[in-house]
Design a protein. Sequence first.
Lengths: 252, 418
Amino acid sequence: MRKLILCLAGLMMVGPALAAGGGDVVLKHKDWSFSGPFGSFDQAAMQRGFQAYVEVCSGCHSLDYVSFRNLADLGYNEAEIKAIAAQYEVEDGPNDDGDMFMRAALPADRFPAPYPNKNAARAANNGAYPPDLSLIAKARANGPDYLYSLLTSYVDAPGDKEVPDGMYYNSAYSGHLIAMPQPLYGDDVTYADGADSSVEAISADLVSFFAWTAEPALEKRKRTGVAVVAFLLILSAMSFGAMRFIWADVKK
Amino acid sequence: MSASKFSNPVVRWIDHRLPIFSFLEHEANEYPTPKNLNYFWNFGSLAGISLVIMIVTGITLAMSYTAHVDYAFESVERIMRDVNHGWLLRYIHMNGASFFFIVVFIHIFRGLYYGSYKAPRELLWMLGVVILLLMMATAFMGYVLPWGQMSFWGATVITNLFSAIPFVGESIVTWLWGGFSVDNPTLNRFFALHYLMPFLIVGVVILHLVALHRFGSNNPLGIDTRGPQDTLPFHPYYTIKDFFGLSVFLTFLAAAVFFFPNFLGHPDNYIPADPLQTPAHIVPEWYFLPFYAILRAVPDKLGGVLAMFGAIAILFVLPWLDRSPVRSARFRPLFKIFFWILVIDCIVLGYVGAKPAEGMYLLVGRVATVWYFVHFLAILPLLSVIETPRPLPQSISTPVFGGGGGLAGAVAAPKEKL
């Protein structure tokens, strides 16, 4: 009957297997600091990724579920967060006259979207909608590896591949034709800490940042998990001992 | 109902008027339980605890959830980000659903293997099938609530199944939706029903327990208990064993919740629902995959729907399909083989359900579907007639085989009675 457990465990594997989707791409794998049961975020990489998001991605991609106050997770202090927020304008109101007005963003505000609505975003991008990036690392199979591969796989199309106008060739994208033009060419941002700004390095920084925007509680979750699982293992061992003790007088 | 068994005067006073302590004493403390239950008998109590975990986390999540197409997805993200430990509640609820199904599937296959559905436990079994159906409906509607892409398209595909009903199908689908597509009224009613149905499950679980306590648990030998030498009081023997099982179960659940919370989910459900954009592959949650495979194996829509529901309906009449008087597969050599073939068949169905319905997968799915029904409708009735069971022991505490079969001599020496 032990087989039964194995079989059901096997059944569980089926679900995610299908999520891998189009089998025409092979993703580049990296050992991310946040993967594994003891994983944690790399604050320096996240700050660099945040800078790259602001300077490169945010022109087209929104970050709807992230507030400026959340940037504390990246290691910014309150004054820095206020200063970052103040660079953005958000609509507020209505005021006492009933008018909407623009004001500088506060830490409690969310990142303003680059377009007022989906249609405006499509109109500005050749009909393609640049998806919100808050959850992108969880909304794609093998999210971190997928994003890294996508950002670093803009290559010349093979001779026999027709690339229509407004489309771009990307060897990590299912079907290889993507509406997003190549976003990174290397040295797209100048990091204050002098870190590497090659396409690969910026891409990895962005992945670190988006892993956090998708799952801000990841570090806390894993830290709690280690304690909880350790406790439950001890509890299991102790209750096993108690069971053996209680059952000791039972004749089989 | 003698109140005198309690020394505490307050307890005695209450129990004389409301015999709740006598009831607990009788059903939990003294309740005679076969002494040879193996770990597969842990899964009943684990299922009950899973239900409690789901209700507790579910009610807490409902406090921060908004059932509206414009806000549902965002409110879930709010829970994940801004509600204190909201991520923990949601991940427990999400993974708890999967673990609930794992536990219940093991519980069901345990019943199949040891013949727990046979007389006098037919109604106990049938109530269990009702619980399974209610669970499936609850889980399906719960998956719609986050209003991601798979929520929306899963709801669209499954509700559309009812359009296969002749003549009134389309009207029924419109009635289910509360409109002409899956939209806000659908989400609202699914939330209402998702909140209601767990309590219906609690009700049926109580009936399930009442029916269980009428004759007590079946056991790995599948023979009736013959007296106190075959049984143990439920407490402390099985309370501690269930507690140990619970600790192990929670360890697995915690590992999933804290380290692989999205392993069993689909990434598309982190994309907000978009009625204008169909995902490449619409797949249900893993626990529905075998049924999904049966649905798609039949080329006709109505036929597929009937086959899918039939796959569960057939369990209702199982006690009358398998007429063998021997319960446990331990003493049924042929049944045992076919049991494992059925397990493999169900896993194959689950695998095929996850794949696109084309080519080899479709063929395998069809063979597996046919086998599923052949197993219940032909093989089990046939085995009841042609199979010669091995001799049964006389009682749980005396492993002496009755019936005088050749095998009996091999295990002769009877141990002392308890």
